[in-house]
Each structure stands twice: as structure tokens, then as C-alpha cells.
Design a protein. Structure first.
Length: 303
């Protein structure tokens, strides 16, 4: 796509600095290096900008394994306290050692949520007796709080920013900037859904299930499509059809979505399904091997 000039309109519009990725297309060797090394080691500074998350996901997964092994054998209360203490440590450390550490804090919050789900499943009767209607309202409140905090703007300009300005002063002091509110908001959002069965039923509708099913392929291709077809459509509408900026953007968004959703749906059998199949096969192989090695031989005792 780059060699054919597909990204030229995006470069003309200076769209997300897409032209800066030109050096990544110098040779097939560079492509291989970015695919198998750079994508994991250079914070996603490759020809796939969205891949910046992979290095954090890899290290975050390793962190979770270390934590799970670390508190193996401890009582449930100790596990929760241990994980909560690590959450606080990573939240504070992010301010002093680089705000990217906050992403590892999110892995630990996810572990706390998973531990709560397991505990709730094991104590359904006690959970229901403890006035579960309160959990629903608490969950719904946390969900709304998560939506509000997640709406914190990435950029705040001028003095007419209202309450965002006060929130910015708080997050700036932590050196986490927008990540401070996004992290709290996302944690509240997921905890809210876990606590409220109303929200779980709502997000079980087919529309949301479909969006969830295509979400990862959509994430992988949305920027490339926006920087190629999307930028070309916008530029044509603005320069040739002489439409306003807002009208060009709205029409481009409609046409872009019509292309993006089917392509993302095709990505499920091409990307998601094979990856999950291979991952589960590998997991079963490792699990069976581990069980076999740790199973003691049974000795029959004759009377």
C-alpha cells in the first residue's frame, strides 16, 4: 500500500505523521526485523502503529505469572491484599519512574477483578443474601463514573475548560496526565459491569456481541484504512467537491465505517479464530505435559 502511493493523501494532510513511517518500508529485511523483533522491543515503533501495546501485553502477562506463582499457597485474603498492595505500588511508581508503568498497574487491577469474579461464583448464595440490589446500584454508579472519567479530553486548551481544568491540575501533579483518569475510569467501568447484572444483560445484546467479536481485527486495520481510503475520501470531498470540513468529515466517516465493519468481520476467521485455535492447542499440550510429569504412579497394595 505504501509503495503504490496509497498513503499520499494522508501525508498531504499530515495525518498522524504517517509519512514518518516511510523508513519502515525501505526493504523486505526491515519488514522482517520490525515484524519479529521491533514489534516486541521498540514500543510499537513499526509500520503497524497500533502494535505499541504488544510489548506491554507481553511484559504484563509475564508479571501476572510471577504474581500468581508468588502468592500460590496463600489464603484468599492474603492474595487479595498482596495484589492490592502491588496495585498501589505500581500506581505510585508510575509517577516517579515513567508513566508507562501505569499499564502494568492495569494488569493487576484486572487480576483483582478476576479474583472477585471467582469469589462471587463460589459464594453465590451468600452474595444473594447480602442484599444484592445494593450491588446493582453500586455497579451502575461505578459504570457511570467510569464513562465520565473515560471522557476526559486528551488535550485541554484555553481557560474555558470547566471541571476538566481542575481534573487536569490533579492528574498533572501525578505526572500521569490523561492516563490517571483513564486508568481509574476503566477500572470503575469494568468493576461496575461485574457488580451489576442489569449491565451484563444489556451488553449481552447481539449488537454488542458482534462489536466485541470484530473488535480486535477492527483495531488492527482501522488506522491503515483511515490513512489510505479515509484520507483520500476526505481530501476528494474537500478539494474537489468543495464541501466544508465538517461535511467532508461526516461523509468520510459514513463511507469509512461501511468499509471498516465488513473488513473487520473478515478478520475474525483470518486472524482471531486461527490465533485462538493455535493458542488453545499449545495450552493443552503444555497442560497435559505438566499433569503427566506431576502425576505420581499408583502403587497397588495387596492384602
Amino acid at each position: 500500500m505504501f509503495v503504490s502511493g496509497t498513503y499520499v493523501p494522508a501525508a498531504d494532510l499530515k495525518f498522524l505523521g504517517i509519512i514518518n513511517f516511510s523508513e519502515k518500508f525501505r526493504s523486505f529485511g526491515q519488514f522482517l526485523l520490525d515484524t519479529f523483533i521491533g514489534i516486541w522491543m521498540t514500543d510499537g515503533n513499526t509500520y503497524i502503529p497500533q502494535a505499541w501495546t504488544l510489548s506491554y501485553e507481553m511484559m504484563g502477562s509475564i508479571l501476572l505469572y510471577v504474581v500468581l506463582f508468588g502468592f500460590h499457597g496463600l489464603k484468599q485474603q492474603c492474595r487479595v491484599l498482596f495484589t492490592a498492595a502491588l496495585c498501589m505500588a505500581f500506581a505510585v511508581a508510575s509517577t516517579f519512574y515513567g508513566n508507562m508503568l501505569i499499564y502494568y498497574h492495569d494488569f493487576l487491577v484486572g487480576l483483582l477483578i478476576a479474583m472477585f469474579i471467582v469469589w462471587k461464583g463460589e459464594n453465590d448464595e451468600r452474595f444473594e443474601k447480602f442484599n444484592s440490589i445494593n450491588y446493582r446500584f453500586i455497579g451502575f454508579f461505578l459504570f457511570l463514573l467510569g464513562l465520565f472519567l473515560g471522557s476526559y479530553p486528551l488535550y485541554i486548551l484555553g481557560n474555558n475548560s470547566g471541571y476538566w481544568k481542575g481534573m487536569k491540575a490533579i492528574s498533572d501533579d501525578t505526572q500521569l496526565f490523561e492516563k490517571f483518569w483513564y486508568t481509574i475510569g476503566s477500572s470503575a467501568l469494568i468493576f461496575g459491569i461485574v457488580l451489576c447484572d442489569w449491565l451484563q444483560r444489556f451488553f449481552s445484546f447481539r449488537l454488542f456481541s458482534f462489536i466485541g467479536k470484530i473488535s480486535y481485527p477492527l483495531y488492527l486495520i482501522h488506522l491503515q484504512l483511515m490513512a489510505s481510503a479515509g484520507a483520500a475520501i476526505f481530501k476528494a470531498l474537500r478539494d474537489r467537491a468543495h464541501l466544508s470540513h465538517d461535511a467532508s468529515a461526516c461523509i468520510m466517516l459514513l463511507l469509512y465505517t461501511i468499509m471498516l465493519v465488513p473488513l473487520s468481520w473478515l478478520g475474525v476467521p483470518l486472524l482471531d479464530t486461527p490465533s485462538i485455535t493455535i493458542g488453545r492447542w499449545f495450552e493443552n499440550v503444555v497442560r497435559q505435559k505438566a499433569v503427566k510429569e506431576h502425576t505420581l504412579p499408583v502403587t497397588r497394595v495387596e492384602n
